[in-house]
Structure formats: C-alpha cells, structure tokens
Design a protein around this ligand. Structure first.
Ligand code: CP
Length: 308
C-alpha cells in the first residue's frame, strides 16, 4: 500500500486509513534504529533534498537520518548559503533542484502554502516540513505514533493542546490528526492567541488551561511563536507562565497516567517547568526518537512501497 498522493502536504488531506498506514509502517521500521548497523537498503539509489528556509534542529536532522537509514542519498541545502540570498525565487530554486533528478524535496518555509505550490510545479514528491502557521504533518504523525505506542489507542482519549494556538502549525496538524483517529481535542490559550473559528477543525476551545487539562490523557504544550508575532499578545512572560505554563501543581488535574508532549524547542520555565519537562510523564525525547521511524515510513510510502 502507498499514499494516494505523490506528496505529504498536510494531515487535513489524509483520512484515518492513511494515518494508520503511516503509524503501522513506522512501527515496523522503528527497530532499524535499535540495530548495531542502522541501515536497510530499501531506498538505495533514491535522492532526497532537505530545503529549509527556517531554522530547525529536530525536523531537518530527523529527515536526514531517516533518509540515510533507508539508504537514500540525502542532501541538505542551507538557504543562507544558497542563491536564494541573491534573489532567486523559490520556484526557480525548486525547478533547478528538480533538474538534478531528486526523488523527493522536503521543504520548510515561513509562508503557508509553499509546499503545496511546489507540489504543483514539481514531478518529484514534496514533503511539508512546516509551512508558516499552517501545518507540520510529520510532527503530528510522530505525536500520534508516540501516544498510540504508550496508550495502545487514540480513540476515546482526551488531548489538551495548550499555548499559542493561533501561530502553531503543530496544533493545527494535531487537531486534524487526533480527531480523525477518534480523540477529543481541547485547545486552550490566551484570547489573543486563539484564532476565531478554530472549533471548525473539530476541537473545543477554551481560555482556561484548567478546563482543558482536567482529566486529560495527553497534554501537548506549545512554545510561544515569537518569530510569527509582530506585536505583544500578553502583558508579561510571568503572567503567561502563571496562566498557561505547566508545572507539577497543574499536572495533578490531569489523569494519573497522563502523557506530556512538546514538539520542541522548549522554553523552560515559560510554557513548561523543568520538573515536568524532565519528569516521569514527559514523552519529549520519545517523540524525537519516534520522529525518525515516522519519517522513514513517510519516505517508504512515498518513494519505496510501490517497488515492493
Ligand atoms: N518540532 C520541530 O519542528 O522542531 P525543529 O524546529 O527543531 O525542527
């Protein structure tokens, strides 16, 4: 089985079967990273280009490691050292890269919709590694994988997503994904960071963190996306942290076996206390580990499965 589309642009485009296919494929591929020789020949001869117009630690490294563990050739373009700084458009950059015959371009950009535009222009596969405040599909898939691995199922769970909902592509992709798999999703954050009409995506919205995390099975904390804000959305960091930061006292309101997720990077002491980030309920590093398996699965389903 493979994706119906040549691209992975967003969770909105996937149905629950597509999502389950990625999760089960990642489950099969996860053990490759536990081997002494961490490599399978599945994508030998394939070329994958990472084209990141925004900073990244986890996503870019994870896509590169995933490609290499599948034996694909991975090329990282540093945009600050590319001809983009000389005024080349992203379309020209992408067309020139495609002329070198890659099989897939993984793109991150600050503008929503850039991966979709490239997918229309290019014959090779395009994977969205985060577009503006729109979607971050591979992050949501690794989040769902992590929760399903720990809880056995996603159906019937209560997921609370807390923080800067309006600027968060992670929130958007996870609302789509978790609701498609049957979870109840509640989002909470300051009124200034809550986009009107967010409920249309299938979640419930509240300004009360306590309301959202009460009896939650999973709490996903979000960083304040200062890079996407041109004005101040709250009076002080201290006030934000008191109302929307997760510490051990607030954690007691959730279920006893709650899982704490955070896509990273963390702002310790702002949206999450160090004790919670490093505590027994934290899945933050599990998410990063699982990200490699999920991205291997994405490459396999886009580039490799048809050959099997
Ligand atoms: N989760 C995430 O997108 O992290 P990076 O910005 O480090 O890739």
């Amino acid at each position: 089985m493979r994706f119906k589309s040549k691209d992975l642009l967003g969770i909105e485009d996937l149905d629950s079967q597509d999502i389950e296919l990625v999760l089960s494929t990642a489950g099969s591929l996860r053990e490759v990273s536990e081997r002494e020789i961490k490599k399978v020949p599945t994508l030998r001869g394939r070329t994958i280009i990472n084209l990141f117009y925004e900073p990244s630690t986890r996503t870019r490294t994870s896509f590169e490691i995933a490609a290499k563990r599948m034996s694909a050739d991975a090329v990282n373009i540093s945009v600050s050292a590319s001809s983009a700084v000389k005024g080349e458009t992203i379309k020209d950059t992408a067309k020139n890269l495609e002329a070198m015959k890659p099989d897939c371009i993984v793109v991150r950009h600050s503008a929503s919709g850039v991966p979709h535009m490239l997918a229309d222009y290019l014959k090779c596969s395009v994977v969205n590694a985060g577009d503006g405040a729109h979607e971050h599909p591979s992050q949501a898939l690794l989040d769902m994988f992590t929760v399903k691995e720990k809880k056995g199922t996603i159906k019937g769970l209560k997921l609370a997503i807390i923080g800067d909902i309006g600027h968060s592509r992670v929130a958007r992709s996870n609302i789509y994904g978790f609701t498609k798999l049957g979870a109840e999703v509640v989002v909470a954050g300051p009124p200034t960071m809550m986009p009107p009409g967010i409920e249309r995506l299938g979640c419930r919205a509240t300004f009360s963190m306590e309301d959202a995390i009460a009896d939650a099975d999973v709490i996903m904390m979000l960083r304040i996306q200062l890079e996407r804000q041109k004005e101040s959305f709250f009076p002080t960091i201290r006030e934000y942290s008191m109302l929307y930061g997760l510490d051990e006292a607030k954690l007691k309101m959730a279920k006893k076996d709650v899982l704490i997720l955070h896509p990273g990077p963390l702002n310790r002491g702002v949206e999450i206390s160090p004790a919670v980030a490093d505590g027994p309920y934290s899945m933050i590093l599990d998410q990063v580990t699982n990200g490699v398996a999920v991205r291997m699965a994405i490459f396999y389903l886009l580039l490799g499965a048809a050959k099997e």
